[in-house]
Design a protein around this ligand. Structure first.
Ligand SMILES: C[S@@+](CC[C@H](N)C(=O)[O-])C[C@H]1O[C@@H](n2cnc3c(N)ncnc32)[C@H](O)[C@@H]1O
Length: 208
């Protein structure tokens, strides 16, 4: 899908739907928060939520006392919605309106988080580019958490086709630069009550 089409697609989604109406909505992103808690991430860590949309992860990270939170999303509208919700607190977050494949970071991140954005990349050239950008953007001891639909999960999300990942497949795609720390699969229940099966993998850099 061309860049402009992707952008238009997501702008329309965020213009026409409230966050609580979309399949990926979670009031408390428990899997992501558990990963951050278990990894004993210091409060000063630079955290990047890739394709964060208007997820509540940022609200929870602020509540937990993290001070270097960055949210990147293709959709200007999504970022606007998250900022509106946060009010004054939005100024404590760095907002990046970019396609992740065009992202040229000016700093390194200690935690790279992506729930349900990576799986929209269908072309292997794009997934390889994402993995390269992640490697270049993450600090030497940095960690990453990637969540995608599993092989038993949906084939589409928000009307777009996705690439489904088993644990082995997700590990393999990131293997040029990353080693898995912990992978697991879990169901997410959408606001409409549907079950969506996800694969999550935590990774650390292997220092290439
Ligand atoms: C299914 S939503 C998930 C939102 C959030 N991560 C969550 O778990 O609630 C996917 C998000 O990824 C963003 N997105 C999709 N492709 C992207 C890309 N190539 N670069 C940056 N953001 C992207 C969309 O705008 C959307 O906000």
């Amino acid at each position: 899908m061309a860049n402009i089409d992707k952008e238009q697609h997501w702008e329309k989604i965020y213009e026409t739907k409230n966050f609580t109406e979309v399949g990926w909505y979670q009031k408390t992103p428990t899997v992501s928060l558990s990963f951050i808690e278990e990894s004993k991430i210091p409060k000063t860590a630079k955290i990047l939520d890739v394709g964060g949309g208007d997820s509540y992860l940022v609200d929870h990270l602020l509540d937990l006392g993290f001070v270097h939170i960055h949210v990147l999303d293709l959709s200007r509208k999504a970022i606007g919605k998250a900022k509106n919700r946060l009010g004054e607190n939005a100024t404590k977050v760095t907002w990046i309106n970019s396609d992740i494949l065009m992202f040229e970071p000016k700093e390194k991140f200690d935690v790279w988080h992506d729930r349900a954005a990576f799986h929209f990349l269908l072309d292997p050239k794009e997934t390889q580019k994402y993995v390269r950008i992640a490697n270049e953007s993450i600090s030497e001891d940095g960690l990453m958490l990637i969540g995608t639909f599993s092989g038993q999960g949906p084939t589409h999300c928000s009307g777009l086709p996705v690439r489904q990942y088993s644990i082995d497949k997700l590990t393999e795609v990131f293997s040029p630069y990353f080693q898995k720390t912990k992978c697991f699969q879990t169901d997410h229940i959408t606001p409409g009550g549907a079950r969506q099966h996800y694969t999550f993998c935590g990774f650390k850099k292997i220092g290439k």
